[in-house]
Every structure is written in C-alpha cells, then in structure tokens.
Design a protein around this ligand. Structure first.
Ligand SMILES: Cc1cc2nc3c(=O)[nH]c(=O)nc-3n(C[C@H](O)[C@H](O)[C@H](O)COP(=O)(O)OP(=O)(O)OC[C@H]3O[C@@H](n4cnc5c(N)ncnc54)[C@H](O)[C@@H]3O)c2cc1C
Length: 408
C-alpha cells in the first residue's frame, strides 16, 4: 500500500496536467497516472494546433493562472506560434510537439509530481462517500495500491468515476463526431489563401459527393498549419468508427491525401504526421452542480468560478457536420467548481472535458484553454483537501505557492 501521494490525478491531458501542476504548486505530492506512453492527451496525440478557450472574443486572455502561463510560454518558445483569429473566435496556433515539450518539461521540473506512464486505474474502493483506495495496473504488470486523500479523474472518458458508479456518468447517444488530423508539409506557401483554399475544399467535397472519395470525406476541412508549408487536413469521424478502430480510416486518409496531391500547390506535399483518432465527448460526470445550455447562453457567473469561457457552442452531429453557435459579442460564462466535484463523493473530482454539463454546455466548455483553467481549480481544491489548514485559511493568509519553475 502506497500512501506517499495524497493527490492522485488520472489522465495527463490538458485537465490532468493543469490539476497536477496546481496541486504540486500548492504543496501536495501528486501521482500523475497516464495510460499512454507520453503525457499531453488529445492535444498531442490527436495533433490539435488551434488551442481554443485561451482568449475572449476580443482576443484578450480570458483566464489567468496556468492557462495564461501556457499561452505565454507557447508564444515565446515557438518561433511560429501566434495568436490567430478563427471565425469570430481567437485561438493560439502552436505546434502540438512544442506543447508536448513544454508540458513535459513543466511537469518534470516539479519535484512534487511523480509520473506513472503506461499505467491505469483497475479498481476503486469507496466507503462512506470517500475514495479510500485506488488499484493501478500497468503494462509492466506491476500492481500498485494507493491510499489517496483526493482523486482527480482527468481521463476524458470518466474512467475512474465509471468504476465507482456508472450511474454517475452521462453518455450522449449518439456521441458527437470525433476526428482524425493529418499534417501535410511541403505545401506551397499561400495554397490555402482565399479563394484557392475554398476551391480545394470544394474539390474534396465534390469528390466525396460523387463517390470518388469515400462518403466519410464529405465533412473534410483544411486549415493553415503552424509553419508556412504546412496544411492540417481534418477528417470528421463518427465515434463508433473510432471505437471499432476501423481500417477504413486509413483508406479515407490516403484517398484524401492522394487527391490533394493532384491539386495545385500540393504536388510536393507529404504526410508529416497522422494523429490518433480523437473523441470529443467521452461522457460527463454527474457533479454537485450541472452547467446548462441556459447558463452558457445567458453568460451566468458563479461565486465558485473555476474557469471563464466565451467559446461558441460547437454542435457536431454524429456523422461530422458542425454548426457553430457564437455567444453574443462580449458575453462569457463561468464554469463553477461544483461542476467538477463528483456528486456524493467528498474526495473525487473531474478535470477537463468530462465536466458536469449538459451536452450543449460541454460542447462549448471542452476546449483546451478552458480545460486548463478547470484543471488548475481542481488541483488547488484537491490539494486543499489534503491540508485542511490550507483550505480554511483566507486567500491572504495562505502561504504563497512556490514561484513556478522556469520552463526548461
Ligand atoms: C478531433 C478533435 C479536434 C479538436 N480540436 C480542437 C481545437 O482545435 N481546439 C481546441 O481547443 N480543442 C479541440 N478539441 C477538444 C480538446 O482537444 C479536448 O476537449 C481537450 O484536449 C480535452 O482535454 P482533457 O484533459 O479533458 O482530456 P484528454 O486530453 O483526452 O486527456 C485524457 C488523458 O487521460 C488518459 N487516460 C484515459 N483513460 C485513462 C485511464 N483509464 N488511466 C490513465 N489514463 C487514462 C488519456 O490517455 C489522455 O492522455 C478537439 C478534440 C478532438 C477530438
């Protein structure tokens, strides 16, 4: 039995990384458990290069703290990183590999965090509304039993909460479409500038409509990359296809790339990277409070704000078409901390896209910057439950967290 780590964070994506850093900076020892071989989550594994939720609709930073530090670090460390207008929103264009390098260095520089890669939660023991023990399995076969004071489920799929009680998870059926992202390099700079960019997109969609590309390609999207010779090809994929790990995905990708190579500007292009297929909604927890569509539309504010968000509601249908509903100009809403606290379980939290919300509210709040802000709030709250004296002190009496270590 390992009682060394009072805070256990499961999942090292945006929400989990922020939770681990915030808890460690508040003085807690943290075990960060990640099923994959590397940390970074969807941003890294699915190759997300347009980080949303960092800015409001006027392009100002919307959350301070770690989300703002992340934006600052990405802008200063990446020669090609830039803040960019996308429709009526602002995103941070940054290379997913730079993001991975930054967050890996950040986590590694905090001695309070132990990272367990290729490790997952097998069993959770709950008694009287508290998680008492967590049993971890690993690829190496080592089984570890941890007795945490607080647990954060940041798996993006509510994997820990499901083990406690599946009734504490809401799944949307059918789920919003996921996606597959392919990075092309060697593209002639300017190839996506208007009106040429639109012509390429029309050519792809027409080919899907007439059957020379698989029908699944009808919602394909092309986006400027981070470097001038890069194009990100975004294929919408039904979540059921992702779950079935269908080989048709590779065929779709190859067909799109082949057709693009026959388009002007793409003749020298090559596939530089293919992301892992990513899911947008892996379920949402039942929290102490549920963020609703009305809260989002009315710009509701909460006293226990964990994050502020102005991102539009992204309505992805199961097959891959998307409609964006922008919030009225200047409007933003809060995600309350109670929506990240799992109902009836004193020491179980979630962080990231599994926030307690209805499908519509989650479709706005799941963007990366908001996940960072939610994770930070949860990490602080989890650390506070491990040190009751810290929790009851007023903000002015609290010891200042150590200054962030410089990013390596
Ligand atoms: C195709 C696609 C495109 C997107 N595009 C954008 C975009 O352009 N801009 C934007 O801001 N957002 C975008 N998003 C949304 C955004 O990327 C995610 O909502 C956000 O990154 C989710 O962060 P998270 O921390 O909640 O979960 P994740 O990043 O999914 O992290 C969860 C982590 O938990 C790990 N894990 C899972 N189960 C276990 C387990 N049992 N034990 C241990 N570890 C486990 C996973 O390996 C993963 O590392 C996109 C999402 C998708 C799918």
């Amino acid at each position: 039995l390992n009682a060394e780590h009072p805070v256990v964070v499961v999942g090292a994506g945006a929400g989990g990384i922020a939770a681990a850093i915030a808890a460690a900076r508040a003085g807690a020892r943290v075990l960060l458990v990640e099923r994959g071989r590397a940390i970074g989550g969807t941003v890294v594994h699915s190759l997300i290069h347009t980080l949303g939720g960092l800015y409001d609709d006027a392009g100002r930073i919307i959350n301070g703290g770690l989300a703002a530090e992340l934006a600052d670090a990405l802008l200063h460390r990446g020669r090609d990183s830039r803040q960019r207008r996308l429709g009526r929103t602002w995103v941070l264009n940054a290379c997913p590999m730079l993001y991975q390098e930054l967050v890996t260095g950040w986590i590694g520089s905090l001695p309070g965090i132990t990272v367990a890669l290729e490790t997952w939660v097998d069993r959770v023991t709950e008694r009287s509304g508290r998680i008492e023990m967590v049993t971890l399995g690993s690829r190496s076969g080592v089984v570890t039993v941890v007795a945490p004071r607080a647990v954060v489920d940041a798996t993006g799929t509510c994997a820990v909460v499901r083990l406690v009680d599946p009734a504490l998870v809401v799944d949307r059926e059918p789920a919003a479409a996921g996606g597959l992202i392919v990075v092309l390099r060697g593209v002639e700079p300017g190839t996506l500038e208007a009106p040429r960019g639109l012509a390429h997109l029309r050519a792809l969609r027409a080919a899907a409509a007439e059957g020379s590309l698989p029908a699944g390609c009808q919602h394909v999207w092309l986006d400027h990359g981070v470097r001038s010779d890069e194009v990100y090809v975004k294929l919408a994929v039904p979540t059921v296809v992702i779950s079935a790990r269908s080989a048709s995905l590779d065929a779709e990708r190859d067909a799109v790339v082949e057709l693009l190579r026959r388009q002007p500007g793409f003749s020298s292009s090559y596939v530089a990277a293919t992301g892992a297929p990513g899911i947008r909604d892996g379920g949402r927890v039942v929290g102490e409070c549920m963020l609703s569509e009305d809260d989002v539309r009315s710009g509701r504010k909460f006293a226990d704000r964990a994050a502020r968000c102005a991102w539009p509601i992204e309505r992805w249908d199961p097959h891959g078409s998307v409609a964006l509903e922008y919030l009225p100009s200047g409007l933003s809403y809060d995600v309350p901390l109670r929506a990240l606290h799992v109902r009836g379980l004193a020491n179980l939290w979630t962080a990231g896209k599994t926030v307690s919300a209805d499908a519509c509210a989650q479709a706005s709040a799941r963007v990366v910057g908001t996940c960072w802000a939610m994770g930070e709030a949860v990490g602080r709250a989890a650390a506070a439950t491990t040190a009751p004296a810290l929790a009851s002190a007023s903000p002015h009496q609290q010891p200042q967290p150590p200054a962030p270590a410089p990013l390596p």
